[in-house]
Ligand binder design. Structure first.
Ligand code: XMP
Length: 530
C-alpha cells in the first residue's frame, strides 16, 4: 500500500489517512477530497517524526481487518496522539485510539456486520451534533470499545457496543466504530466534514480550478522552453493530462495517437475532431491498423495478443518520437519530456508490493517503454479518477471522453475470444456501438462501471431468421458495477433495455444470432472475458 517515498507534491498541507490494510483507506481519502480537503495515504508504520515532517492539518485512521489484540495486528506509533494534530479514528483506527489513550477494548463475542442502528448520546459533540438521534450505520467489527479513555465523552452507542463513538474537544481527538466513508452510513460524509471543518478547522480549498492553476505553474517551471510529447489513448487519463500540459505550454506539446485498429466505433473521430477542437492540441495520428492486425493473425491466446499489441504500440510510438526529435533538433530545440496520465491509485498500488500491485501489472499493456530517454510529466499523480474527470470538464474536454468508462489498452483485441481479424473487429464494433448507445439512452452510464461487449468468435450456434437457418456467433454483454474494478457485481440492467439491445444487435449485425448476458460477479469471474 502507500509508502513514504511515494508522497506527491501539490503544495497543499494534507490530511493524512493512515492505512491499516483494509480496502477502505483509499475510499476515506477520496471522501476527504470530496469535502474539498487535500488528503494523502500513509502506511500504519508511519512514525510520529515522519508525521511531523509532513506537517498535516489532520489525521484519519482507517479501518483494518483485524482485532487490536491479534498477533500481527497492525501496529501504530502512539506518540502520534501527542502531537496536537486533530485525529479521527474509524473502526479499527477507533479501537487503536481507545487502547492507546487508556480506554478498554474487548471481545464480547457480539460481532456487528453490515447495517446497524446507532444511537447518538447527549448532543453528539462536534462530529455528531445536530444529526438525528438514531441513524443507520455500516459496521464491520468483532471487538468493541467497552469504556472510553479518561477525559473522552461517549457520543454514540449501539445495542451491542456501549461506546460506538467518542471524542475529546480539548485534545481534538475523535473516533467512530462505524464506517462513515461508505454510502450505507446515513450521515457518514457529514461526520467526516464535521471533523475536517469544525474540529480541525480546515477550509474547503481543494477543487478542480485550484488544481489546474497550480499544475500549470508547476509544468511551466519544469519544462521551460523544451518540447514535450504525449501519447493519447482515447481514455480519460491521457486526455486530461495532455490537455493540462497543453494549457501550460501550448504548442511546445505534440500529442501522438496510435490507431491500432482495435478501437471502438467513433473513438478515432472523437479524438481527432472533438478533442482537438476543444483543446487546440497539436495531434499526430499514427495509422497502424494494418500493422497490428497483421501481427495478430493466427493468435488466439490473450496474453500473446497483449504482448504483440504492447510491443507494436511501442514501435509505433518510437517511430513518431524519432521524427519529432529530429524535427526539434533541426530547429535548434530538444524534446525532453513525456506526459503520463499516472493517477494516485497507481502511485499507491505500485508503492507497497501488496497483492493489488501484482494483479494490476498485466494491465499496463499499451503503456510506454520505460527506457525512453525522457523526463516524465505526471500532472495527475496526486488525483483520484473522479477528480481527473472534474478537471477534464473544467478544461472543456467533451463529455464523451471525460465521462468514458474504463476500456482496456489492447482494446477490442481482447474482447474477441479467438483470433482477431478485420471482419471480426467490424462485427464486434457494430454490436458494441449498439449496446453502448442503448445503455446511455437508458441513463445507465452512472450505474454501470463498464460493459464489455464480447464476441465469441470461435463459437457458432444454429438460429433461425425469416425462412432460413443461421449459423452465427454469440455476443456476450458484461455490464458490471464496481468502485475500483478489483471486485465487481453484474449490473441489474432492466429487461426492456436488454431486450432492445438484443433485438437491435441481432437485426443489424447479420453475423450475430444470439445475445447472452453474463451474470457472474468478480470474483470469481474477471470483468473482461478475453
Ligand atoms: P479484469 O478483466 O482483470 O479487469 O477484471 C479489471 C480492469 O482492468 C481492465 N483491463 C485492462 N486494462 N489493459 C488495460 O489497460 C489490459 O490488458 C486490461 N485487461 C483488463 C478491465 O477493462 C477492467 O477495467
Amino acid at each position: 500500500m502507500a509508502t513514504q517515498a511515494e508522497q506527491t507534491d501539490t503544495g497543499h498541507r494534507p490530511v493524512l489517512v493512515v492505512d491499516f490494510g483494509a480496502q477502505y483507506a483509499q475510499l476515506i481519502a477520496r471522501r476527504v477530497r470530496e469535502a474539498g480537503v487535500y488528503s494523502e495515504l500513509v502506511p500504519h508504520t508511519v512514525t510520529a517524526a515522519e508525521i511531523t515532517a509532513r506537517n498535516p492539518l489532520g489525521i484519519v485512521l482507517s479501518g483494518g481487518p483485524s482485532s487490536v489484540y491479534e498477533d500481527g495486528a497492525p501496529q501504530f506509533d502512539d506518540a502520534i496522539f501527542e502531537l496536537g494534530i486533530p485525529v479521527l479514528g474509524i473502526c479499527y483506527g477507533f479501537q487503536v485510539m481507545a487502547r492507546a489513550l487508556g480506554g478498554t477494548v474487548g471481545n464480547t463475542g457480539d460481532r456487528e456486520y453490515g447495517a446497524t442502528e446507532a444511537t447518538v448520546v447527549g448532543d453528539g459533540g462536534a462530529i455528531l451534533g445536530g444529526q438525528p438521534g438514531t441513524q443507520n450505520v455500516w459496521m464491520s467489527h468483532g471487538d468493541a470499545v467497552q469504556s472510553a479513555p479518561p477525559g473522552f465523552d461517549v457520543l454514540a452507542h449501539t445495542s451491542v457496543t456501549p461506546v460506538a463513538a467518542f471524542g475529546s474537544p480539548a485534545r481534538k481527538l475523535y473516533g467512530v466504530q462505524w464506517h462513515p466513508e461508505v454510502k450505507h452510513s446515513d450521515h457518514g460524509q457529514q461526520i467526516l466534514e464535521n471533523f475536517l471543518h469544525h474540529v480541525a478547522g480546515i477550509p474547503s480549498d481543494w477543487n478542480a480550478g485550484n488544481v489546474i492553476a497550480e499544475q500549470v505553474e508547476r509544468i511551466r517551471a519544469q519544462v521551460g522552453n523544451a518540447r514535450v510529447i504525449s501519447a493519447l489513448s482515447g481514455g480519460v487519463d491521457s486526455a486530461v493530462s495532455t490537455a493540462l500540459v497543453h494549457k501550460a505550454i501550448g504548442d511546445q506539446l505534440t500529442a501522438v495517437f496510435v490507431d491500432h485498429g482495435l478501437l471502438r466505433k467513433g473513438e478515432r473521430e472523437q479524438v481527432e475532431r472533438d478533442y482537438v477542437a476543444s483543446t487546440g492540441v497539436r495531434l499526430i495520428t499514427v495509422d497502424a491498423a494494418d500493422i497490428f492486425i497483421g501481427h495478430l493473425a493466427g493468435v488466439s491466446d490473450p496474453e500473446e495478443k497483449r504482448k504483440i499489441i504492447g510491443r507494436e504500440f511501442i514501435r509505433s510510438f518510437e517511430r513518431v518520437q524519432r521524427e519529432l526529435v529530429a524535427e526539434a533538433k533541426a530547429e535548434g530545440e530538444s524534446v525532453k519530456f513525456l506526459v503520463q496520465g499516472t493517477l494516485y491509485p497507481d502511485v499507491v498500488e505500485s508503492g507497497g508490493g501488496a497483492g493489488t500491485a501484482n494483479i494490476k501489472s498485466h494491465h499496463n499493456v499499451g503503456g510506454l517503454p520505460d527506457d525512453l530517454d525522457f523526463e516524465l510529466i505526471e500532472p495527475l499523480r496526486a488525483l483520484f479518477k473522479d477528480e481527473v474527470r472534474a478537471i477534464g470538464r473544467e478544461l472543456g474536454i467533451p463529455e464523451e471522453i471525460v465521462g468514458r468508462q474504463p476500456f482496456p489498452g489492447p482494446g477490442l483485441g481482447i474482447r474477441i475470444v479467438g483470433e482477431v481479424t478485420r471482419e471480426r473487429l467490424d462485427i464486434l464494433r457494430e454490436a458494441d456501438a449498439i449496446a453502448r448507445a442503448e445503455l446511455t439512452a437508458a441513463g445507465l452510464d452512472q450505474e454501470i462501471w463498464q460493459c464489455p461487449v464480447v464476441l465469441l468468435a470461435d463459437v457458432r450456434s444454429v438460429g433461425v431468421q425469416g425462412d432460413g437457418r443461421t449459423y452465427g456467433h454469440p455476443i456476450v454483454l458484461r455490464p458490471v458495477s464496481s468502485e475500483d474494478a478489483m471486485t465487481a457485481d453484474w449490473t441489474r440492467v432492466p429487461y426492456d433495455v436488454l431486450a432492445r439491445i438484443s433485438n437491435k444487435i441481432t437485426n443489424q449485425v447479420p453475423e450475430v444470432n444470439r445475445v447472452v448476458l453474463d451474470v457472474t460477479s468478480k470474483p470469481p469471474g474477471t470483468i473482461e472475458w478475453e
